[in-house]
Design a binder for this molecule. Structure first.
Ligand SMILES: Nc1ncnc2c1ncn2[C@@H]1O[C@H](COP(=O)(O)OP(=O)(O)OP(=O)(O)O)[C@@H](O)[C@H]1O
Ligand SMILES: [Mg+2]
Length: 528
């Protein structure tokens, strides 16, 4: 940490009135174009050592572009960057790391066929000067993982990890070079309470060591909790930098959108009728789900809550035929599904929206139009006898993307040219193209900005109003609390508790998440 000591010395020798020299990083008038899109337009940004500086803005505002430039992943078209008052050129991720800047990117950069420890070291050999001695690698990897307090087995293959564990691996990887600037792009989007708290604790330790953190989040509540200052971007432009502790959520959202946002969660009126989806004593082959029975009725949203890794995701996957089943049944509209395969499920009327848009959801190097129409090409509105109606496809996909507020609305562009949150909206558009009877959605609002989230919730409410059965799998507690008619809490692969109506409270849910034998309304009332 000698660089950090050096830095502290620089700070100590500074006079109080020289605000500028306090800056660890200064970004002046940075610009970046992608084709015709002006992603960043003369943006200014500065960072003091030891602060957590939040970057806030709508989907597509330019946050990831800015931090990609700082992390050396892309080059700016114009502008200057100074590190400790010296101009730098961050030509590569290596170079940025060498200069003390490390990033956890929004979209993971892990090699899925390698282990956690191999990934932690991947690409860092040059910057750390570490000869890849397996033993040393192992020790260092375990050390970092332990320091973070994360529950990730260092020798596990990354493809076998949950999204949360992959997120933790990314963070561990960034910590390897002891950065003096750590960039975290939506690090909490797939973590729950416990891991989030661990991450926040780590951030506090780093701050006390004078490490500066650039933190991107769409969770407004987190801003005050962890941030010192907030810089707001809108449409690629710098809007303002404000104090994180004294600026209200309302003010932040107004700065972000340029307008005031009213009610966030819609009123949902449930009229549950027939059971559309029923799981009967379902156990998956890998035992991630054990003896689960639950029902989802037409006209209701049922929340599936629980900690990351509790098995709630696997329940959705098992229904759709992605996770092999050992015992039990999935009943759809009164019929037992014997051959659970995704394609026939979709045609039958069962839609499943996966949580990982990059791995299971989208074809990133294909046009957005194709991505949206992919799950509904066989519908009469799209094709006749396997001949695609191109003009209807264009109109239908355009309307869906507009409804989900995909920006920019230029659907011939490949999916990977869209910002993270917009990719999520593309994924949702793909599945709503089919008006199916049952929707299973796993973490549908990951990375979606506050304004667009409200849009997604409106959409879920409208599904319920139209008599669709919705199973909402989510680690976002407010989402579960505000959108569900009934909630099943999953713990260690089993149904731990069931709550309905007024019983759906934060306290009840958290109790069921953590206590060995849940209080209140437990499995006894699991069948509605
Ligand atoms: N590789 C690319 N090619 C073309 N356009 C791009 C590319 N990367 C980003 N853009 C565009 O630049 C703009 C800014 O995107 P960026 O990813 O920085 O947004 P963001 O603020 O991180 O949004 P989100 O909250 O959704 O992650 C968007 O309009 C996006 O479509
Ligand atoms: Mg982004």
């Amino acid at each position: 940490m000698s660089e950090i000591n050096e830095l502290s010395n620089v700070r100590a020798s500074m006079t109080d009135n020289s605000a500028d020299t306090e800056m660890l990083l200064q970004v002046r008038s940075i610009g970046k174009n992608f084709g015709g899109v002006r992603a960043l337009d003369h943006v200014n940004f500065d960072l003091k050592s030891g602060e957590v500086h939040v970057l806030f803005g709508e989907n597509g505002a330019g946050k990831s572009t800015l931090i990609n430039i700082l992390a050396g992943a892309i080059r700016p078209d114009e502008g200057t960057i100074e590190l400790s008052q010296k101009p730098v050129s961050l030509e590569s991720v290596h170079e940025a790391r060498r200069q003390g800047i490390a990033a956890v990117f929004q979209e993971f950069s892990l090699a899925s066929e390698l282990t956690v420890e191999e990934n932690i070291f991947l690409g860092s050999e040059e910057t750390t000067g570490i000869v890849l001695n397996k033993r040393k690698m192992r020790d260092t990897a375990s050390e970092i993982v332990n320091r973070l307090g994360f529950d990730i087995p260092p020798r596990a293959q990354v493809s076998s990890l949950s999204r949360a564990q992959q997120q933790m691996t990314e963070i561990a990887k960034a910590m390897l070079t002891n950065p003096k600037i750590l960039i975290l792009d939506e690090p909490t989007s797939s973590l729950t309470e416990r891991e989030v708290n661990q991450l926040f604790e780590l951030m506090e330790v780093l701050q006390s060591e004078e490490v500066a953190i650039i933190y991107i989040t769409h969770r407004v509540a987190e801003i005050r909790q962890v941030g010192d200052r907030v810089t707001v971007l809108r449409d690629g432009r710098y809007i303002d930098t404000v104090d994180a502790k004294s600026t209200s959520q309302q003010e932040l959202v107004e700065l972000m959108t340029g307008r005031s946002i009213g009610e966030f969660f819609p009123e949902v009126s449930f009229k549950p009728s027939d059971v559309c989806l029923a799981l009967k004593n379902l156990t998956t082959r890998n035992k991630s789900v054990i003896d689960v029975s639950l029902e989802v009725r037409s006209g209701e949203i049922v929340g599936l809550a629980g900690l990351v890794g509790c098995g709630k995701s696997e329940i959705g996957r098992a229904c759709f035929g992605i996770e092999p089943i050992e015992r039990g049944e999935v009943e759809f509209l009164g019929e037992t599904l014997n051959h659970l395969d995704p394609n026939s499920n979709l045609k039958r009327g069962l839609s499943y929206v996966p949580p990982d848009r990059r791995r299971e959801g989208l074809l990133l190097d294909r046009p957005t139009r194709e991505n949206i129409s992919l799950a509904s090409l066989d519908l009469a509105t799209m094709s006749t006898k396997a001949v695609l109606h191109r003009s209807s496809e264009r109109v239908i996909t355009h309307n869906l993307a507009e409804r989900m507020r995909v920006t920019p609305l230029a659907l011939e562009k490949d999916a990977n040219t869209y910002s993270g949150g917009n990719q999520q909206k593309i994924l949702l558009s793909k599945y709503i193209a089919r008006k199916n009877k049952v929707f299973i959605l796993d973490e549908p609002t990951i990375g979606v900005d506050v304004g667009a989230k409200a849009e997604v919730y409106e959409f879920l409410a409208s599904l319920a109003a139209e008599g669709v059965a919705v199973l909402l799998i989510s680690s976002e507690l407010p989402e579960i609390l505000n959108m569900s008619n009934r909630v099943y809490v999953i713990r260690s692969g089993t149904v731990q508790a069931h709550f309905e109506g007024q019983e759906i409270s934060e306290e009840n849910l958290l109790n069921a998440f953590f206590s060995e034998s849940a209080q209140g309304n437990t499995i006894r009332s699991a069948t509605p």
